[in-house]
Design a protein around this ligand. Structure first.
Ligand SMILES: *Cc1c(COP(=O)(O)O)cnc(C)c1O
Length: 383
């Protein structure tokens, strides 16, 4: 990108719309769904579903800048960004390789839609680059990854995956939601297309549904052609709200990450916790890869409570920390994958995926670390 400002400055200022009428400090909101087809800026023909209204275009510049990409598109949900970006890059007869563990909605999309269109897919049997190489066929067109992954915070090595793809002249796509652009910029490691559920860290206040994709201008123009057909554009009002939220992205996620690093250590030292899944712990099997490719380790983690702890008692005992299906808001939330995201799987399937019956996922917020520590500590002690 043209701008040379530091990340936190770009969060605040990139993609601002200048208020030329009143010189107000924040971007004006343009809600028009129709613009002239002659005179004025008729060349552009802004229209919400063309993804080119003023607020869409300017916020896209902020998101592209934060991911070190050339261009971005904003969608109505993370799944709209994921499904549109994938469908724009496949046709009947093609084959795509997916990382073994993926966000449930993405896995469901592949399993329910691909067969209908004659698109082949395979899931890897592991996270090493050989696990991806092993799945390559003559008709393979791309590789899709998610790192850190949900809910076990597994890590894949972005540089080695992107070189496998380059050797085979195929594309790479990543769901970068868990890291956020604050903690990981996959384009810097050779990944082609970066996707976010902006419902999570980009929005950050648990009150916006949105998605985004970032890549080169060429790739984004290709995705845009499909995006106009699928129609997953975000309302300009919500685009404006998302811009407002993203001004604080850096300080929010930095604080969340700092809290998470302390909490992960505290949980690892607690004798009533049998295992902590957090890429910032040296005990994490991919700690060194994470250290290498992430700017910091993020604010999502999971842990297994000991057998003697009553999970429901633990969840009820929490006072500051709330139960939450989703994640990444300024408030700390807990999720119980066995009953929620992975509740429909059989015990065998859960065992295979490493989803234990005492596994808790923690989305760390911006509250005081001391209060979070005390809340977890008392809830564990009294369960
Ligand atoms: C939530 C989430 C999605 C889907 O995003 P929506 O905004 O709910 O459509 C995709 N990937 C990850 C990792 C997520 O956490």
């Amino acid at each position: 990108m043209s701008t040379k400002n530091k990340f936190s400055t770009r969060c605040v200022h990139d993609g601002e719309i200048k208020d030329t009428m009143y010189q107000g400090i924040v971007s004006p909101l343009f809600m028009s769904t129709t613009y002239p087809w002659f005179g004025g800026d008729a060349e552009k023909k802004p229209y919400p579903r063309y993804f080119n209204t003023p607020n869409q275009e300017f916020l896209s510049k902020k998101i592209a800048s934060l991911e070190n990409g050339e261009k971005a598109l904003i969608f109505t949900s993370g799944m709209a960004a994921i499904s549109t970006s994938i469908m724009a890059n496949v046709k009947s007869g093609d084959h795509v390789i997916f990382q073994e563990d993926l966000y449930g909605g993405t896995r469901n999309f592949i399993k329910t839609e691909f067969d209908k269109y004659g698109i082949e897919y395979s899931f890897t049997n592991g996270l090493e680059s050989e696990d991806f190489t092993n799945e390559i066929r003559d008709n393979t067109v791309g590789i899709y990854v998610e790192t850190p992954s949900n809910p076990l915070l597994k890590i894949v090595d972005l540089k080695s995956i992107s070189s496998v793809a380059k050797e085979n002249s195929i594309w790479t796509m990543i769901d970068n939601t868990f890291a956020s652009p604050v903690n990981q910029n996959p384009i810097d490691h050779g990944i082609d297309i970066v996707i976010h559920s902006a419902t999570k860290y980009l929005g950050g206040h648990s009150d916006i549904s949105a998605g985004a994709v970032v890549s080169t201008e060429k790739n984004i123009n290709l995705i845009l052609n499909s995006a106009k057909n699928f129609g997953g554009n975000l309302s300009d009002y919500t685009v404006w709200l998302l811009e407002r939220s993203m001004k604080t992205l850096f300080i929010r996620v930095r604080e969340q990450t700092n809290n998470a690093k302390l909490l992960a250590k505290m949980l690892e030292e607690n004798s009533n916790i049998s295992r902590v899944y957090y890429p910032g712990l040296e005990s994490h099997p991919s700690y060194l890869i994470a250290k290498n490719q992430m700017k910091d380790f993020g604010a999502m983690m999971s842990f297994d409570l000991n057998e003697n702890i009553d999970v429901y008692k633990f969840l009820k005992n929490l006072k500051v920390i709330k139960p939450g299906m989703s994640l990444a808001g300024v408030e700390t939330t807990v999720n119980f994958p066995m009953k929620t995201s992975h509740g429909l799987l059989t015990q065998d399937e859960r065992d295979n995926q490493g989803i234990g019956n005492k596994l808790i996922r923690l989305s760390v917020g911006i509250e005081s670390y001391k209060d979070l520590f005390n809340d977890l500590d008392q809830a564990i002690k009294n369960s």
